[in-house]
Design a protein around this ligand. Structure first.
Ligand SMILES: Nc1ncnc2c1ncn2[C@@H]1O[C@H](COP(=O)(O)OP(=O)(O)OP(=O)(O)O)[C@@H](O)[C@H]1O
Length: 685
């Protein structure tokens, strides 16, 4: 690694040096060489380092009772969601404690998940609101959620989380920057693409962290980028700044009068924001001017629809390009101020427009999570096309890329539900990140065996893993050192017609699509708990209907939790059904005669029919998407219709078409497989 960049690299190797402990760590030698800088992660799960630590420390519960008359709930059970359904991960919502000291995380991880707590606001202080978020260490925090039992006894449920970094209310943006965006700055000079985004409810500090006009992370990053660009070795590069927003699935240029933009992918898989006005900037003052201008446009958009900035995602991108060839792209850093993560309904907005905005935001945030998770698991299919947000960020997630997520939280009691939702979202992202890290170590022969783990303290284990990660990272750098930059085809004639042949536009082409949000369930195969609860709020009069939707959604949530259902799961469901049907599927008469003993009630049948009706609607929505997909592709074929070999862009479009088709089919198969599972269950009753 370049020594002059080392100053930016932060602390890589373990902090245990100098603590005077005799080292009993296994020697850190690679048992087999890593085949490529980005290693597959298909290995079988072993005990996770963090899970192991959790187990070790389960017994060292440190209860901090805030009020004498409040009982602490310490029963080690899974927490329940709003519907009384246990959360999917026992590590969340638990009441056992985690270590107060966890060794610092690796700043060079491919995906980092950090949390930042803001201070109580003046209003909250005036209302005498309690701070329920305790930062226990550099990496752990605990939320003390006030609860009331049925008998009105009050108690506190403790939720403990571990992240790569946790920043307390008194941490300033410089501190946050050093452990979040700074490693990304270093990385883009090595030719990588990086994304730093803030996620959290409205008012939790996303903009303050990311896009504050004086000391937001983008300003601090730009300062370092401009300093590095003045060095001789980077004199061939310039920084190009673009600023745009995603509102209701459309891109608008904030530096060019909210001109509508289109996201495209060139032949080399770079995402091009066609028409985006980019400014060559080499100092922070100019950047601030440009950014101020963009912000004004954002808050007073000509459509008048976007008065509330938190209803859109704002993206500031800094692209390093070669001075003598603007098409030669070196690295890209995107800062994203995501729209507020809470539901539209919670803001007291009930009109259709606001609900659609909320649904769109939910959809994009879910898609973002799904993509990060799919990437972490090296899934064959990454669902980038499920939202405009993930479409435009696609090239920041694949290949040589890094991502840092900063979950921002409000510390006051009245926001505890949102805070927990934010932390659970972040936890899901992080959970898979640690699986990936472990898989990388396994592939490199650096994972500790069970016998090696025995007798080590948690600090020693963490120290070993930090060193292992640093070693892996060093190997990745070796690979990237010779990087010359990418050439990208922003003038590809295939994309000349801005409005016409934009294949990425299919997801949000018309109002018709937005109407899909009025349906009971999202039609894209993703089930959004918030979305469902929104709906449930509305259909409170029809208890049965919402109950059924809820039950169905719970099932679907479980199925989709680790991304789209895998073919092997589907196959096993199908064969389950076939086996059971061929071996001993009772005849109608048999069934009728035994129905009194079968346990099937009238309510079961009604329940089944309602769910089936719902599933049919879902399948038919997927069918509509398919039809539109086919029509779009056919149109694009007609404009390129010679009889010889297909043009590259046609083949590329065809591949995209297949990719999207695959997504729709997977959604349908998932629904059908669930239906079959229930039929099977009924036969067995
Ligand atoms: N870490 C912090 N320290 C001090 N003040 C903060 C901090 N974080 C946020 N604030 C203040 O809290 C308020 C809300 O923050 P901010 O506007 O960044 O929230 P947001 O999450 O971006 O909201 P929205 O989604 O509505 O845009 C602002 O007044 C901001 O200055």
């Amino acid at each position: 690694m370049d020594s002059s960049l080392q100053m930016f690299a932060g602390r890589r190797i373990s902090p245990a040096q100098g603590r005077g402990r005799a080292s009993t760590l296994p020697t850190l030698t690679t048992r087999s060489r890593i085949p490529s800088p980005f290693i597959g992660t298909s290995s079988k799960p072993n005990p996770q380092p963090m899970a192991l630590l959790q187990q070790q420390f389960e017994t060292t519960l440190a209860q901090e009772e805030e009020e004498e008359d409040i009982q602490i709930n310490t029963s080690p059970r899974r927490s329940l969601n709003a519907y009384g359904v246990p959360s999917r991960h026992p590590s969340r919502g638990n009441s056992y404690s985690l270590p107060r000291h966890v060794a610092p995380s690796n700043l060079n991880d491919k995906i980092r998940v950090c949390v930042r707590k803001r201070p109580l606001s003046k209003k909250e202080l005036a209302r005498n609101e309690k701070d329920i978020a305790n930062i226990n260490s550099q990496r752990t925090l605990q939320i003390n959620e006030p609860k009331t039992k049925v008998d009105l006894t009050k108690y506190v449920e403790q939720h403990t989380f571990v992240f790569d970094d946790v920043f307390d209310a008194d941490a300033n943006n410089e501190e946050v920057y050093r452990r979040t965006a700074l490693p990304l700055v270093e990385y883009i000079f090595h030719g990588g693409k990086a994304t730093c985004f803030a996620y959290g409810q409205t008012g939790s500090g996303k903009t303050f962290t990311m896009l504050d006009q004086r000391h937001g992370l983008y300003v601090l990053a730009a300062r370092d980028i401009f300093t590095l660009l003045q060095e001789q070795r980077f004199s061939h590069l310039s920084a190009y700044i673009g600023f745009y927003e995603i509102y209701q699935g459309q891109l608008y240029d904030l530096l060019n009068q909210r001109k509508k933009l289109f996201a495209r992918e060139d032949g080399k898989k770079n995402v091009i924001i066609a028409g985006l006005q980019e400014y060559t900037i080499d100092n922070v003052d100019s950047l601030l001017q440009v950014f101020d201008y963009g912000n004004t446009v954002r808050s007073t958009g000509s459509t008048g629809a976007n008065e509330d900035s938190s209803r859109s995602h704002a993206i500031l991108q800094i692209v390093l390009k070669h001075k003598n060839n603007r098409k030669k792209f070196h690295g890209k850093l995107s800062f994203i101020d995501l729209a507020g993560s809470e539901r539209g309904a919670d803001r007291g907005d009930a009109d259709k427009q606001t609900r659609m905005e909320g649904a769109e935001i939910n959809k994009s945030l879910l898609a973002l999570k799904e993509c990060i998770r799919a990437l972490d698991q090296d899934k064959r299919h990454t669902p980038f096309r499920q939202s405009k947000l993930t479409q435009v960020l696609k090239d920041s997630f694949v290949g040589n890329s890094r991502t840092c997520m900063i979950a921002t939280i409000s510390p006051n009691i009245s926001n505890s539900e949102h805070t927990l939702n934010t932390l659970r979202y972040a936890d899901r992202v992080k959970e898979l990140k640690s699986e990936r890290d472990r898989a990388d170590r396994v592939a490199a022969g650096l994972e500790l065996t069970a016998s090696e783990l025995q007798g080590l303290t948690e600090e020693q284990i963490q120290e070993y893993y930090n060193q292992a990660q640093a070693k892996l990272e060093a190997e990745r750098y070796e690979y990237e050192e010779g990087f010359e930059g990418y050439e990208y085809d922003d003038e590809d004639p295939a994309f000349d017609d801005e409005e016409g042949s934009d294949f990425l536009e299919e997801d949000f082409p018309s109002d018709e699509d937005n109407d899909l949000f009025d349906e009971e369930m999202p039609s894209d195969g993703i089930v959004d708990e918030d979305f469902i609860s929104d709906h449930d709020d509305q259909s409170a009069n029809n208890h049965n209907e919402s109950e059924i939707a809820r039950n169905f959604s719970t099932l679907s949530v479980n199925d989709t939790s680790s991304s789209l259902i895998s073919t092997s799961t589907i196959a096993s469901h199908s064969s389950d059904y076939r086996n059971s049907s061929s071996s001993k599927k009772p005849s109608y008469n048999e069934h009728a005669s035994s129905s009194s003993q079968s346990g099937i009630t009238h309510a079961d049948i009604e329940d089944f029919l309602k769910r089936h009706r719902h599933e049919l609607r879902e399948v038919s929505e997927a069918g509509k998407h398919e039809t539109k997909l086919l029509a779009n592709f056919t149109l694009s074929m007609n404009s390129n219709n010679d009889m010889g070999a297909a043009h590259d862009d046609t083949v590329q479009a065809f591949e995209k078409y297949l990719d999207e088709l695959d997504t729709q089919l997977e959604a349908k198969v998932q629904i059908i497989s669930e239906l079959r599972r229930r039929i099977n269950q009924l036969w067995r009753q």
